[in-house]
Design a protein around this ligand. Structure first.
Ligand code: CMX
Ligand code: CO
Length: 140
């Protein structure tokens, strides 16, 4: 079902500071920056490599408000890995299969993600405590 790891999402208090840290430490380049109001984040994608169906990235996330998913996470757990995102060929198809296997979906239908991808989240309590995102990358 999974093509590759699309990205690791990292919760940050200060996006610009963490962009400098990750790009300087690992020689990574920012390939996209956006504000996603629906997800409550200001974010940057740092490119690692290209693979089947899309690339692999580190996604740095700063919350737009304290009551957003990343805002709550920072208050509860502090900075660090927030979620793991897997690349799939067809996000709606993957959502259907995973839901039939008893895992709760946090999204009823795919939403807009970074770089025009289509995304959906799975409940962390049903995936061993790991907040999991499915990503169908935009066609290039
Ligand atoms: N990883 C693992 N577990 C997590 C978690 C995370 N990132 N966030 C919350 N949890 C756990 C909590 O610790 C809590 O467990 P306990 O009951 O044992 O304490 C449980 O899940 C419920 O958490 P909560 O704080 O009561 O509930 P929230 O209102 O914070 O909701 C969640 C949690 C996962 C449902 C919500 O964050 C969500 O819908 N996330 C999906 C959307 C998202 O994260 N968007 C930002 C990223 C956007 C992007 O990648 O593009
Ligand atoms: Co993500």
């Amino acid at each position: 079902m999974f093509l590759r790891i699309d990205h690791i999402g990292v919760a940050c208090r200060d996006l610009e500071e963490k962009i400098r840290l990750f790009s300087d430490t690992f020689d990574l380049t920012v390939v996209a920056r956006e504000v996603n109001e629906e997800q409550g984040v200001k974010e940057a994608m740092l490119h690692i490599s290209d693979g089947e169906g899309g690339g692999s990235y580190i996604q740095l996330l700063e919350p737009l408000s304290e009551d957003s998913p990343v805002g709550k996470f920072l208050a509860k757990r502090g900075e660090g890995v927030h979620h793991v995102a897997f690349g799939v060929r067809d996000v709606a198809d993957a959502m259907g299969k995973i839901s039939e296997r008893g895992v709760r979906l946090l999204d009823e239908r795919p939403r807009h993600g970074s770089m025009d991808s289509r995304i959906a989240f799975l409940h962390p309590k049903d995936v061993g405590g790991m907040l999991t995102e499915l990503v169908q990358a935009a066609r290039r």
